[in-house]
Ligand binder design. Structure first.
Ligand SMILES: NC(=O)c1ccc[n+]([C@@H]2O[C@H](COP(=O)([O-])OP(=O)(O)OC[C@H]3O[C@@H](n4cnc5c(N)ncnc54)[C@H](OP(=O)(O)O)[C@@H]3O)[C@@H](O)[C@H]2O)c1
Length: 344
């Protein structure tokens, strides 16, 4: 690592790399150095196609190269822990895709590896790095919406490829792991708290992974966050936070793309004391905040560089990722067993 820049390696030729490569190229203080694949031919072809200077014919070969400072891990979910620990033990900083792991114990193992090697390990839940998410969290913490009563969120798309890793139960397939992890993280972030109990319903495939799941999370004080995620719906997403004094509606909560600004409608001002049924909205302040069209991936990569080079605390702590995994596990338990799961 030079004093001023981080040399990155892509650990796999995953499709999501396509979103990260422009971010690594545009980000200040980052250099995209290499790509590794289980196949040397695949790595070489991928490097040539994307103009990446170094190709490695195995993940181990990239981890052994002292030129690499940090790796981006976009493996199937069931391999996150194994390769994050191997990368950290090789002295590399790690940006690992969401969900960070499949059990809290796996997150503990990753955290222990980060600690013993003095490296940054962070979950690549890109939404959390976007200014829209951070600004809304602050507004809610400042009380703009009053007491939060409800959160509603949706993340759905159509998954047609039956060979997709998302449908493989052996490596962490499932709609909740894949896209449900965003609304769960969103609700926990907006509440600045973890749920006290959860309940969920799922639709499972013949191979036994959830292809659709709806969940509810109850928070201390009574707020409830509801969400739906599905692999079997037209692409659709949205999020809403409803409080005693106002509400926020997002058109693009998760998929911020370059060149496409996103919007948050913020209605605030509190209930009218004059309306008979408390349903008058005439007095409310109604404004729309617009967020720039930089990709969330770019903010994420620049934030990692700041943590690695300047020691800035990660946006998503490992405790935070652990709590997200714990919530996802509880939602699965509820869906499987048909009961409310209490969380401590
Ligand atoms: N943040 C986001 O916006 C976002 C979006 C999509 C996905 N993701 C996350 O990124 C990760 C990868 O998702 P993806 O859709 O990009 O996956 P993908 O295209 O299927 O790629 C996964 C890669 O992992 C490697 N791999 C190693 N062992 C494998 C195995 N047993 N089976 C399949 N692949 C294996 C392969 O690379 P080699 O053959 O080169 O070794 C493969 O290209 C997941 O954790 C997912 O949740 C995040």
């Amino acid at each position: 690592m030079t004093e001023s820049s981080v040399r990155w390696g892509l650990l796999s030729t995953a499709r999501i790399n396509e979103r990260l490569i422009p971010a690594f190229r545009e980000a200040a203080r980052c250099e995209l150095w290499g790509v590794a694949s289980r196949s040397a031919e695949k790595a070489a072809a991928y490097a040539a196609e994307h103009g990446i200077r170094q190709a490695y014919g195995s993940y181990e070969a990239m981890l052994a190269d002292p030129q690499i400072d940090a790796v981006y891990i976009a493996l199937p979910n069931g391999l996150h822990e194994e390769w994050t620990v191997k990368a950290a033990d090789a002295g590399k900083h790690v940006l690992c895709e969401k969900p960070l792991a499949l059990t809290p114990a796996e997150v503990d193992s990753m955290a222990a590896a980060a600690r013993r090697n003095g490296v940054v390990v962070q979950e690549a839940a890109m939404v959390r790095f976007h200014p829209q998410t951070q600004r809304l969290r602050q507004m809610i913490a400042d009380g703009v919406l009053g007491e939060i009563r409800a959160i509603q969120a949706t993340f759905c798309f159509t998954l047609t490829n039956q060979a997709d890793v998302r449908l493989d139960p052996a490596i962490g397939g499932g709609a909740l792991w894949d896209i449900g992890s965003y609304p769960v993280s969103f609700a926990r972030t907006m509440m600045s708290a973890n749920p006290t109990g959860v309940v969920a319903f799922q639709t499972t495939s013949e191979r036994g992974v959830d292809v659709g799941l709806s969940g509810q999370m109850r928070f201390e004080g009574g707020a409830v966050a509801q969400f739906v995620c599905s692999f079997q719906s037209i692409p659709h997403w949205g999020a809403e936070v409803i409080g005693s004094n106002g509400h926020i509606t997002l058109d693009v909560p998760w998929t911020h793309q370059p060149g496409k600004p996103t919007h948050a409608r913020v209605v605030s001002g509190g209930a009218s004391t004059k309306a008979t049924f408390g349903d008058s909205t005439d007095h409310l302040k109604d404004e729309t905040l617009t967020f720039d069209g930089r990709s969330a991936y770019l903010y994420q990569v620049e934030s990692m560089a700041a943590s690695i080079l300047d020691g800035v605390p990660p946006v998503i702590s490992l405790d935070d990722s652990r709590a997200n995994v714990q919530t996802l596990v509880a939602l699965y338990e509820s869906a499987r067993e048909g009961r409310i799961v209490t969380m401590s």
